[in-house]
Design a protein around this ligand. Structure first.
Ligand SMILES: [Fe+2]
Length: 285
C-alpha cells in the first residue's frame, strides 16, 4: 500500500460515540474524550518498534435497541479502519463517522454469528469494498476465515485474533496491545450470555479462565454488549467484581447458567441482556 502524505498530526482526541435509539433523538453524541499520544511521523518504518508506538484510534457505538457495542478501530498513520460487529440499521452512521475522520474501512470483523441484530457487514462491503472477516468455526460466510492466534495487518497496527468459544462455538476476541475487544465472550461483571443454540457455559467458563484471567490488571476491556451503564472496563476491575475471576467454580457457573441467570444480578443490565437475549423485543428508551 503506498504511503500517504499527511501533515504532522496534532494530539488527537478519541471520541466515543453513543447511538441513541429513541426516535427523533440525536443519532449520537460526544460521550467522552480522552487524550492520546501524538501519532508518529508517517515516514516511520512499520517495524515492530513503530507498531508498538502507534496507539489505535477508536470509536465506540452503542445500539440501545439490541444492546450491541460496535467499534471502529483505525491506524492513525495509514488512516485505515476495522469495524467490529456493526449493526445494519447503523451502517450510515459508521460510514459518516469514518468519512468525517478520514478513515477508509478496510475490513469488517464479526466476532460471532449474531442472533440479536442484523449485521451491517454486507452493506458495508458493498459501500466500501471492505472484506468480511469471521472465525473459522463461526458458520458465517466471510471473505476470510480467521484462526486462533492469527495476526491481522491494519496499517501500522497488528491486532491478534483469539478463539474465545462459549457464547457460540466460533466466537472470536481481538487483542490490540493493552486493549481487548471481547465480543460476547465477556461482559463487564460477568461472562457473556449463554442463550445461543451452540452456547456452552462450561466452555465459556474455561475460555474466560484461560484467556482473560491471566491478563495484566491494566488490560482494557471493550465488550460486545451493554450490561449496565459502563462501556469500557479493565481486568483489574473484573478481578474484584466478576465471579468468573474470583472463585466461582465451573460447576457453580454452569448450574447458575442452566437456571437462566446472569451473574451477579445487575438491575442496570440492558433489557436485551436479560434472558432470552435473542428474543427480547426492541425497547427504545
Ligand atoms: Fe452474541
Amino acid at each position: 500500500m503506498p504511503r500517504q502524505s499527511l501533515p504532522p498530526a496534532p494530539p488527537r482526541l478519541v471520541r466515543i460515540a453513543v447511538l441513541r435509539g429513541a426516535p427523533g433523538a440525536a443519532r449520537f453524541h460526544l460521550a467522552k474524550t480522552m487524550p492520546t499520544m501524538p501519532a508518529p511521523s508517517p515516514s516511520s518504518p512499520p517495524g515492530a518498534a513503530a507498531q508498538a508506538a502507534v496507539p489505535p484510534l477508536l470509536r465506540q457505538f452503542a445500539d440501545r435497541r439490541s444492546g450491541t457495542l460496535s467499534y471502529l478501530v483505525a491506524c492513525p498513520v495509514r488512516r485505515v479502519a476495522l469495524l467490529l460487529d456493526p449493526v445494519a440499521a447503523d451502517a450510515p452512521l459508521y460510514l459518516g463517522v469514518a468519512e468525517e475522520a478520514g478513515w477508509r474501512i478496510e475490513a469488517v470483523l464479526e466476532t460471532h454469528r449474531h442472533s440479536d441484530h442484523a449485521s451491517a457487514a454486507a452493506l458495508l462491503r458493498e459501500a466500501t469494498g471492505a472484506l468480511i472477516l469471521a472465525g473459522r468455526d463461526s458458520g458465517l460466510a466471510a471473505d476470510r476465515l480467521l484462526d486462533d492466534g492469527e495476526a491481522l495487518t491494519l496499517g501500522f497496527l497488528r491486532p491478534r485474533v483469539a478463539h474465545t468459544p462459549g457464547h457460540t462455538r466460533g466466537c472470536l476476541s481481538l487483542a490490540l496491545g493493552e486493549r481487548w475487544f471481547t465480543g460476547d465472550c465477556l461482559t463487564l461483571g460477568d461472562g457473556g450470555p449463554t442463550d445461543e443454540p451452540d452456547s456452552d457455559p462450561a466452555t465459556l467458563y474455561d475460555t474466560v479462565r484461560r484467556v482473560f484471567v491471566p491478563l495484566p490488571d491494566e488490560t482494557l476491556l471493550y465488550p460486545g454488549h451493554l450490561r449496565g451503564p459502563r462501556r469500557v472496563g479493565c481486568i483489574g476491575e473484573e478481578r474484584g467484581r466478576n465471579p468468573l475471576f474470583s472463585g466461582l467454580s465451573r460447576d457453580e457457573f454452569v448450574a447458575r447458567r442452566r437456571a437462566g441467570r446472569l451473574l451477579p444480578d445487575d438491575p442496570g443490565a440492558a433489557p436485551s441482556l436479560r434472558f432470552p437475549l435473542s428474543l427480547s423485543p426492541r425497547t427504545d428508551p
